[in-house]
Design a binder for this molecule. Structure first.
Ligand SMILES: *[C@@H]1O[C@H](CO)[C@@H](O)[C@H](O)[C@H]1NC(C)=O
Ligand SMILES: *[C@@H]1O[C@H](CO)[C@@H](O)[C@H](O)[C@H]1NC(C)=O
Length: 125
């Protein structure tokens, strides 16, 4: 399987330019501030796992995107972004792609003055 993975865009944003989750993108938020979309079936496998980790910065909102691009044979069934350790009140959501696609872009965004530490997993069949 040939996959290309890009870690992109770390931006520190000021108060008025803070990005908010796009309400048009369906998402399911479980406990804490985790992103849990879809579910992992018995024949699914882990396409990709990575960590998005930023230390707190005073008075700053930080964002980081991760892009997974699979092959035409990949079919994503679950996308997780799970906070590691204590909660830092961050958020994670899908910017594009996702379930039924072969690619997905996940964005993590810190609360102001906090960092984030997410384990991101993309599963599929
Ligand atoms: C992905 O899987 C779903 C569920 O099995 C299926 O309905 C869909 O057609 C698949 N998409 C592709 C591109 O294979
Ligand atoms: C993501 O996959 C869909 C098909 O599943 C494709 O139409 C789209 O162009 C892909 N986007 C990127 C950025 O690769």
């Amino acid at each position: 399987m040939k996959t290309t993975i890009f870690l992109v865009v770390l931006a520190v944003l000021s108060a008025n330019t803070a990005l908010v989750p796009n309400p048009a993108v369906p998402r399911q938020v479980a406990s804490r501030t985790n992103l849990i979309i879809g579910h992992i079936g018995p024949y699914d496998r882990l396409y990709y796992r990575t960590y998005l980790n930023q230390a707190p910065l005073p008075n700053a909102v930080q964002t980081q995107d991760v892009v997974f691009r699979g092959t035409t044979y990949n079919n994503i069934t679950a996308v997780y972004a799970l906070e590691v350790g204590y909660t830092q009140y961050a958020q994670a959501w899908i910017l594009s792609g996702g379930i039924g696609r072969n690619n997905v872009t996940v964005r993590a965004q810190s609360a102001r003055g906090y960092g984030f530490y997410y384990q991101v997993e993309v599963w599929g069949r």
